[in-house]
Design a protein around this ligand. Structure first.
Ligand code: UD1
Length: 418
């Protein structure tokens, strides 16, 4: 099994280019089921993306991967289409369920494996199914599969989500793209990745209006012959390296980003005392001295992202006083805490809140985590810890961080995969 070896306490210096967003690419790939001929660029080649591509190939799409150019060419010739997403592909990556909306609305039926729970919580798909039913789908659950059909096609409707969900918003937008008439979605997620999906669908040929948490989709769209799309930058990767910079750097420049999209995260770091210079497509960050404590609650965008909670917690271990972080999105997203405590962090969990006492000296240890963001938080901790840290179970990191060691090594971190 591969591991990362990190020798801590190195001062990082240099620049890091941020990859395209995994969480934007996944729904856009599902949307390619509508498309005839697509060229996607700025694609991050991480494991979740290859799993989604495997699923699209299984469905019957033609795919060409241009690794060096970070591009993918996709074609749906509409012949031999399989409206099935099997368990073996959906179990490793929940976003597989995003093919439900496109398959159902385009081919009038779909059989999609239920993704099941995962390390960070039970993660149901009831809101996805609620939206499909509102659009007229008949849905049954049998042998672990969602069996969905709509003999006469889906029909536009007004749908108010009882709670905010990124995936359910995406699936509903995708289903509404092919539905008859207008769909009005209320109480939607408005993550930048959803905005990127909407941009893509507009290029494909539909009209979509967004106002606050309301999204209107004018359905029954006919896709254009050929389109090109460049995927938005990965704001979670950018936030992760910003925190790495705040922890360790003389000076790190994070480039290929749109700073206004991560202004809340930048503001939080500034409030903690980190010095950040904001340029047009970059930010520069230097290690903070006398970091201040802070209280955070994770929330849907534009609030603080749950996907950066574990990384920020590492910064909190270096701040003066008692910081608090309340995890409001997932019920079981503190798995990094016992591992950080083994490295010397002083953290207590009460209900949904972690109380982090700082500053503490972290010491290297052999650690592992059971999800993507928890794993990267252990890498960050390793960068500031004394001696050597060994991070196990790299398949979590590989699901979502492109060229992690290469990017850190370029900034003079001592990190290697063995
Ligand atoms: C997406 C992101 C993930 C991020 C999360 C929250 C992708 C591929 N993944 O996941 O990285 O952490 O948003 O920002 O984009 N829920 C229900 N019923 C449903 C769906 C969700 O109760 O049908 C609950 C979930 O259990 C969770 C909350 O809603 O408590 C938010 O989940 P959701 O926004 O759907 O997350 P994902 O789309 O799975």
């Amino acid at each position: 099994m591969k591991k990362l070896l990190i020798k801590g306490k190195k001062k990082l210096n240099g620049s890091i280019s941020i990859s395209g967003s995994k969480n934007a690419t996944l729904p856009i790939l599902a949307a390619c089921i509508f498309a005839k001929d697509v060229k996607l660029s700025n694609v991050p080649f991480v494991k979740d993306i290859s799993t989604m591509l495997e699923l699209l190939k299984f469905i019957g799409m033609k795919i060409k991967i241009l690794n060096k150019k970070k591009e993918i060419l996709l074609k749906n010739s509409n012949k031999n289409i399989n409206t099935l997403a099997p368990y073996k592909l959906v179990k490793t990556m929940r976003a597989g369920v995003l093919v439900l909306g496109p398959l159902l609305t385009k081919y009038k039926k779909a059989k999609i494996s239920l993704p099941g729970g995962c390390a960070i919580g039970s993660r149901p798909v009831d809101l996805h199914l609620f939206a499909m039913k509102k659009l007229g789908a008949k849905i049954k659950i049998k042998n672990g599969y969602i069996l969905a059909e709509c003999k006469n096609g889906l029909i536009g409707n007004t749908i108010k989500f009882p709670s905010i969900s990124v995936g359910a918003t995406e699936n509903a937008i995708l289903a509404a793209f092919g539905a008859h008439g207008k769909t009005v979605l209320l109480n939607c997620s408005i993550e930048p990745e959803i905005n990127d999906l909407i941009l893509f669908l507009k290029k494909l040929g539909t009209k979509i209006q967004v106002s606050g948490r309301k999204i209107i989709i004018f359905g029954n769209s006919v896709s254009k012959e050929k389109i090109k799309h460049r995927v938005i930058f990965d704001r979670i990767e950018a936030g992760t390296y910003l925190i790495a910079g705040a922890l360790t750097s003389k000076k790190i420049t994070i480039n290929k980003i749109q700073p206004e999209i991560i202004k809340y995260e930048i503001d939080i770091l500034k409030r903690m005392g980190v010095k950040i210079f904001i340029g047009r497509n970059l930010v520069t960050i230097t290690k903070a001295r006398n970091l201040k404590k802070i209280d955070i609650i994770t929330k849907p965008y534009p609030g603080f992202p749950t996907d950066l909670q574990a990384q920020l917690m590492v910064l909190m271990t270096q701040a003066n006083g008692l910081s608090k972080i309340k995890e409001n999105i997932f019920e079981n997203r503190f798995m990094h805490v016992p591992e950080l405590k083994r490295m010397g962090a002083k953290i207590q969990i009460k209900n949904k809140t972690a109380f982090v006492m700082g500053p503490t000296r972290l010491t290297g240890a052999e650690v592992m985590a059971t999800d993507l963001r928890a794993s990267v938080s252990l890498v960050l901790a390793g960068l500031i810890a004394e001696n050597r840290t060994i991070v196990n179970r790299l398949y979590h990191l590989d699901r979502g961080y492109e060229l992690l060691e290469k990017k850190l090594k370029k900034c003079k971190a001592e990190i290697q995969r063995v």
